[in-house]
Each structure stands twice: as C-alpha cells, then as structure tokens.
Design a protein around this ligand. Structure first.
Ligand code: FNR
Length: 380
C-alpha cells in the first residue's frame, strides 16, 4: 500500500521490487570485480543453477475461501519469537560492496526486526557491528579456525557483544574452485580482509611476528592459513559445546545422516545449505536436500534453509518443505551495494511483503498453517 500511496505523488521505489534484477544493476554500478566475488559460484555454476531449478520446479497449490484477512508471519526459532521467518545470512567482507559494510546491513536487519548473522570474515570488528544493532537480534557465524585460542577468543568476544546463537559453517574447510575469484586472484577479497574482524582479535594478533600495519601481507597470509581447518571431525564439536553456552547451529548440512550426527552431538539446529552453490560444484540442490533432512531430524533440531532464495514464493516453498525459517544471501548484499542500509531494508521489506501476499493468496494466514506443504513438483 505504501508503494501505491507514494505513487499518487509520482514517487516510485528507488530500487526494483523484482529482486532478481539487483545483480545486474550492481554490476553496472560497481563493475565485474566486486560483483564476481558475490555472484560467483563453484566450478561452472551448476550448483547455483540447481538451487534455482529445485525451487522453481516446485509449485504452490493455492487454496480459496480460507479467511486470510488477518495474517501473522511470526515463527519461533532457537527459543526466540521472530516477527518473520527470515534472517540475513553471513556474508564476509562487505566493505567490498559498500563503505558502510556490515554495520549498515546489521542496522537494516535490526530496523526490520530480522536477525543478522555476522560472518567471522567480517570487514568490521564484531563489537562495532553489535553496537550498530542496539538490541537487534544477532547471531555469530564461525569459520572454525585451526588455532584453538583464536576460536576461544572469538566465542568469548561474541558472547560479550550479545550474539545469542552460534552458527558454525562446516562446508568451507577449504575454499572451493571459484573461477570468478581465481581469475582476479581474489584481489577484491584480500583487499577487504585488510580491516577484518580477525585483525582486531588479540589471539589472532598474538600469532603475528609483526603488527598488522607493519606487515599487512603477512597478516593476510596468517588469516588464509588459519581461518578454517580441514582436519576437523565430529568429535571436535565437543570443544564448541564447552566454550559456547547458547544455541549452536551447524551450517552447510545436506545429508540426512549428517543432520542425525548433529542431533546426536547435542546441536540445536542445522542450516540446510550448499553455501549458495559456492562450495561443491555438482552438489545436490539445497531445496532437494531439505525435505530429507527435515524427515530425519525435524522433531529434534531447528531446521533452517538457504541457497537460492530470491522471492517471497521461494521462502514459502522452503517453509512448505519443512524449514522453520530461511537465510537470505546475495540479494541483500546487492541491496547494500546499491543503497547502503536503505537498500538492505528495501530488500527485506520487498521479500516479506511478497511472502505475506503469497501466503494470503494461497490461503494461509501464517507460515505455520497446516497444509502449507501441499506443493506439486514438475506439473508439466
Ligand atoms: C557467503 N556465504 C558465507 N557463509 C558463511 O557461513 N560465512 C561467510 O563468510 C560467507 N561469505 C559469503 C560471501 C558471499 C559473497 C556469498 C554470496 C556468500 C554463504 C551465505 O551465508 C549463504 O549460505 C548463501 O549466500 C546463501 O545463498 P544465496 O541466498 O546467496 O543464494
């Protein structure tokens, strides 16, 4: 209605309401380098395409005459009541996209009542992001460092700064083969890491021979060598349980047996995700993995979803496939690139307005209505 009312005075939205157009606009504004970092995927992009195809293939079957005049998008996630089934996914080094970087995205999330998941590869120290959010709900994403002291330090800092849940990303023990990053030698990325969350960490700095400003290249190499650890295995999760007393969510789960292992290890949730198609080329689409994971652990864990969500009906479908809520990745990053905090708020509001309308027009007053799961596949 706001858009219609503004239209009466001749004002149209500053950014497109079709969020799939934002990537192209961002590329025109920032050029192919920075956009390559965001839009790029593993290998030839087959997993990113599969993510989209798996959502597209499933179709909603709308129901009629079900009194949807009063609606509520709220859901319970990890012991909190959220106003909508949406959070912003952790995305590293947002200074590549906009000088206001993570604090702007976090402020937008807080203003819209949506949780913000801060990447450990943030270009802003986590305390500054927390301050920008006020009492907005914030969760911290951990790339599990090789160095235990750095891991412990991150967890302690996150707790002290009011991050209420820990998201541990498991699908990135190594960075994958990403041609759009490789072809530019990761330059925009390494540039952005110059101000990263790591560099503000006392335990990280203790591992450097010289202070960051005296030898920034050595600091970047130290980051590259320790940001993740391919030697980790399931028993190592005990370390996280010992050092984090809030909810722990494993991000990057695709196999139902891994979801069962997560539940057995006392975790609180999983994010069914293939990192937006950025890790394993040829991987199962996240939306195809989702119902199997829900079937395996839906009664034991909070199951969240990301990878490929672009529209309100994508959110609807993920919920219908059993996710409690979804994380949104690239679209909000383009919103940030194009209009800072206001651009991220635009993206959140468009997505939630579209979800609300899709629910209503399909005969559902809430994301938790029974019968939401009546999707059909491949109607052709
Ligand atoms: C990511 N993602 C990510 N995940 C994570 O756990 N830590 C991180 O630092 C990052 N960084 C990152 C950078 C960029 C540029 C992108 C696009 C993605 C993955 C992210 O959290 C999420 O899983 C995907 O983005 C979801 O897919 P869509 O919504 O982008 O299709």
């Amino acid at each position: 209605y706001e858009i219609y009312l503004n239209g009466m005075t001749g004002a149209v939205p500053r950014l497109p309401t079709d969020l799939t157009r934002l990537e192209e606009l961002t590329e025109r504004r920032l050029g192919p380098g920075p956009v390559g970092y965001v839009a790029g995927s593993a290998g030839d992009g087959s997993t990113a395409r599969a993510n989209r195809a798996a959502l597209d293939r499933r179709r909603i079957v709308p129901r009629m005459l079900r009194d949807v005049h009063e609606r509520d998008l709220a859901v319970d996630v990890l012991g909190r009541r959220l106003p909508a089934p949406l959070a912003l996914a952790p995305v590293g080094v947002l200074s590549i996209m906009h000088p206001d970087a993570e604090p702007a995205a976090a402020r937008a999330a807080a203003a819209q009542g949506v949780p913000y998941v801060l990447s450990s590869a943030s270009s802003t120290p986590m305390e500054q992001v927390a301050e920008a959010m006020g009492d907005g709900e914030r969760w911290f994403q951990l790339y599990w460092p090789k160095d235990r002291e750095v891991a412990r330090s991150f967890l302690g800092r996150a707790k002290a700064a009011g991050y209420s849940a820990l998201f541990v990303t498991l699908d990135t023990p190594l960075l994958s083969w990403r041609p759009r990053d490789l072809d530019q030698a990761y330059l925009p990325f390494l540039h952005g890491v110059g101000t990263a969350n790591y560099f503000s960490d006392p335990a990280f700095r203790a591992g450097l021979a010289k202070p960051v400003h005296e030898d920034p290249n050595a600091a970047v190499m130290h980051f590259v060598g320790m940001f993740s650890d391919p030697a980790k295995s399931w028993p190592d999760l005990a370390f996280l349980r010992e050092n984090w007393d809030g909810p722990i969510v494993l991000k990057g789960i695709l196999h139902p047996d891994d979801a069962r292992l997560a539940a057995d290890a006392g975790m609180d949730g999983v994010v069914v995700s293939n990192h937006g198609g950025r890790q394993v080329a040829g991987s199962v689409a996240a939306a195809d993995a989702l119902p199997r994971v829900v079937e395996a652990v839906g009664d034991r864990l909070t199951v969240l979803f990301d990878s490929g969500v672009r529209t309100g009906d994508d959110v609807f479908k993920a919920l219908a496939l059993g996710a409690r809520a979804v994380l949104l990745g690239r679209p909000y990053v383009y919103g940030l690139a194009l209009d800072g905090q206001a651009g991220v708020e635009h993206v959140i509001r468009c997505l939630l307005a579209e979800l609300d309308l899709t629910l209503a027009l399909s005969g559902h007053a809430s994301p938790t209505t029974p019968g939401l799961g009546d999707l059909v596949e491949d109607p052709a």
